[in-house]
Design a binder for this molecule. Structure first.
Ligand code: COA
Length: 172
């Protein structure tokens, strides 16, 4: 049986932590569809098109991964994608309560949809998209947290020269 899973999120932007979860999920399932949620209520920094384009570039080497935008309910996206498996990454115990709540709502709405949790790699447990946006917004170095094309995307947004290295020290 061909199992297609979806990995939903706002991905504003996709971090190395998200990419790690996507890569591991792609090895667990025959196909993985990354669903980039419009998440209008979160007022995302990157547009939906930009978030989709970045996620596509970041995962392009994974042969069984596709990236699609979605609006509306996750369970409707799962049905449209012909999938009954939702993958979510868990970074810390603090994620657990919220994630179990979402999984419960989704199971109530669509009983056949199962949520599978993947433990985020230890070194990325502190990471979140908002932390990355915060650091990048102050011209800090986010190159350890995101793919180089995301660094470029931040630089374009902030109309900065293409500095991707560390903030210069006062004596440099
Ligand atoms: N590495 C780094 N960061 C991670 C991470 C990982 N492995 N896993 C989660 N995060 C972070 C994200 O960066 C994000 O950080 P931020 O909020 O500080 O920017 C945070 O955890 C949660 O983001 P994300 O995983 O993208 O989830 P989300 O809460 O934005 O989106 C949806 C969750 C899209 C799945 C959910 O909102 C949804 O299903 N929406 C559709 C509407 C719906 O069906 N609602 C009913 C169910 S509630």
């Amino acid at each position: 049986m061909n199992v297609r899973a979806i990995y939903p999120g706002t991905f504003d932007p996709m971090t190395v932590g998200h990419a790690d979860v996507a890569e591991r999920a792609s090895r667990m399932f025959d196909e993985l569809v990354i669903g980039v949620a419009a998440s209008r209520s979160k007022n995302p920094f990157f547009t939906l098109d930009e978030r989709v384009a970045l996620a596509r570039r970041i995962t392009e080497s994974l042969g069984n991964v596709t990236v699609r935008p979605f609006e509306g309910l996750l369970v409707d996206f799962a049905a449209a994608a012909n999938s009954q498996v939702v993958v979510r990454g868990l970074r810390a115990i603090s994620d657990f309560e919220f994630e179990v709540q979402i999984a419960g709502v989704n199971r109530h709405l669509a009983p056949k949809v199962e949520t599978v949790f993947i433990a985020a790699a230890q070194e990325y447990t502190f990471l979140s998209s908002s932390i990355v946006r915060e650091v990048a917004g102050h011209d800090g170095d986010v190159s350890d947290f995101v793919h180089p094309i995301v660094v470029e995307a931040f630089n374009r947004k902030y109309e900065r020269a293409g500095r991707t290295g560390r903030r210069p020290t006062p004596e440099s």
